[in-house]
Design a protein around this ligand. Structure first.
Ligand code: DP6
Length: 321
């Protein structure tokens, strides 16, 4: 009744920002992401008949806030397995938590993978994705390898890899510009954008075409086309956040400086583009041969505290304890 799993965060190229059902945590749109080797969450789940409730620790400290979402996912898995036992969940991130590096995505992907293995229900793949998204809408994408598509279905979501890591290798340089947790999390940020941004209807209207263009560029390995549509989706998402009331500005001065570095590099012919999630970290996506140049340029950028180089990684999997 115990198992461990490892999962990597993912970074969205075509963003999820807004829900069609807040209660069920269903995204309004599909999304496309990269699973990142190089950053990892390791989670151990131990079901124990002696426990009176689920307990969750993240990086060694009890996390009552995370426990609510964790219990929701575990309840679904217990129902499938016919178990009533509560669990102790111990999760460790080897990167800053809650700072726009998708720790919730890798966290929930590792959780459902470890818990399903501990309960011996590891075969239920499609259900795992729908259970993970109840914890975090971006989490199902961390269950899969490489470049990952999440699509809406009538009653939930479906998720799959559209390109294995070796099929089109890409490098991602994560420029950490702050290690502080963000002040407004994604859940609240996207809900505020949906309810108050005048740009939200335009986001919904134009999103399917962005997703289609990105999928086509992946299918024919057209880096320039993927760069254009990914930066467009990123900036449109931040335009929603900035035009919400009260406004949400996730960037700091270093985020903007790093963005300019990437734009200048691409204008000079380097195959690189940027994306930014709900936090101040910038992710530069490039062809592997351009990684040294991109790394050198970003390391000189004022305010960049650390650069983490990632390749595309595998989806969540059961690991040694
Ligand atoms: C900006 O998946 O963290 O990273 O479903 O409310 O937990 P909840 O939101 P979450 O939001 C991710 C937002 C994003 C874009 C993306 O990953 O697609």
């Amino acid at each position: 009744m115990q198992a461990s799993a490892i999962a990597h965060p993912n970074v969205a190229l075509i963003k999820y920002w807004g829900k069609r059902d807040t209660e069920q945590n269903l995204p309004a749109t599909g999304s496309l992401s990269l699973t990142l080797a190089g950053l990892a969450t390791r989670t151990r789940v131990s079901f124990d008949p002696a426990l009176r409730a689920d307990t969750v620790s993240v990086n060694g400290a009890e996390d009552a806030k995370a426990a609510v979402g964790v219990a929701r996912c575990l309840d679904r898995l217990r129902a499938i397995a016919g178990s009533r036992d509560f669990a102790r969940v111990d999760s460790e991130n080897d990167f800053p938590t809650g700072a726009g590096l998708a720790s919730s995505a890798s966290g929930y992907a590792a959780l459902v993978t470890a818990a399903a293995a501990a309960l011996n229900i590891a075969g239920h793949d499609a259900e795992r994705a729908n259970i993970a998204r109840q914890g975090s809408g971006s989490a199902p994408r961390s269950l899969y390898d490489g470049i990952v598509l999440l699509e809406n279905t009538d009653d939930g979501i479906a998720c799959r890899s559209v390109s294995a890591p070796a099929a089109w290798p890409l490098s991602v340089l994560v420029a950490v510009t702050s290690r502080a947790p963000k002040s407004v999390g994604s859940t609240e940020g996207m809900e505020r954008s949906r309810l108050t941004s005048p740009c939200y209807p335009g986001w919904l209207e134009t999103h399917p075409a962005d997703l289609q263009a990105a999928l086509e560029s992946v299918a024919c390995r057209d880096f320039e086309a993927l760069a254009k549509v990914s930066e467009h989706s990123c900036l449109k998402m931040h335009a929603l956040a900035m035009s919400a009331q009260p406004a949400l500005v996730y960037w700091n001065a270093a985020t903007m400086a790093a963005m300019q570095v990437v734009r200048d590099l691409r204008a000079a012919g380097t195959p690189v583009f940027f994306t930014i999630d709900a936090g101040p970290q910038l992710k530069a996506v490039c062809l592997p041969e351009a990684a040294p140049v991109v790394k050198a340029a970003l390391s000189e950028c004022p305010g960049v505290l650390e650069l983490v180089e990632c390749s595309l990684g595998e989806g969540a999997r059961v690991s040694e304890p």
